[in-house]
Design a protein around this ligand. Structure first.
Ligand SMILES: [Cu+2]
Length: 120
C-alpha cells in the first residue's frame, strides 16, 4: 500500500464515520430532549398500562385502540384531564407539569380507571 492509498482509505473511513455520526445525530434528536413522552393504550375496555409514574414535564398520550368510543376524564371535577370522545385511533395528550396523583376514568364506561403519578 502506498502512502497516498492509505491516506485515501483513511479519508474514506473518516467520511463514513462522519456520515454515520451525522445520521445518528439526526435520528437521536427529532424532538427536544426536554419533553419526555409516555404512551397509554386504550384497549379491551381498559387503560394500558392503567398506572404509570412520570416526571413533571412529561407528555402522556392516550390512543383509543378499541372499536368503541372512550374518554380520558379526571375523577376530580374540573381536573386537568378532559378529553373529547375518542373514536378508534384518536389520541389525547396532556403534559403534566405538577407533581401529584391524577386519577381518571372513562365517562362512557366508568369502570375503566387509570392513574398517572407525577413524581420528581
Ligand atoms: Cu370507555
Amino acid at each position: 500500500m502506498t502512502k497516498t492509498r492509505i491516506l485515501a482509505t483513511a479519508r474514506r473511513y473518516g467520511m463514513g464515520c462522519m456520515t454515520v455520526w451525522l445520521l445518528s445525530f439526526g435520528v437521536m434528536t427529532p424532538v427536544p430532549a426536554s419533553t419526555p413522552a409516555q404512551a397509554v393504550q386504550i384497549t379491551h375496555m381498559a387503560f394500558s398500562p392503567g398506572e404509570i409514574t412520570v416526571k413533571p414535564g412529561t407528555e402522556v398520550t392516550w390512543t383509543n385502540r378499541d372499536q368503541v368510543p372512550h374518554t380520558v376524564t379526571s375523577k376530580d371535577k374540573g381536573g386537568v384531564l378532559a378529553s373529547q370522545g375518542l373514536d378508534t385511533g384518536d389520541t389525547y395528550s396532556y403534559t403534566f407539569t405538577r407533581a401529584g396523583d391524577y386519577a381518571y376514568y372513562c365517562t362512557v364506561h366508568p369502570f375503566m380507571m387509570g392513574v398517572v403519578h407525577v413524581r420528581k
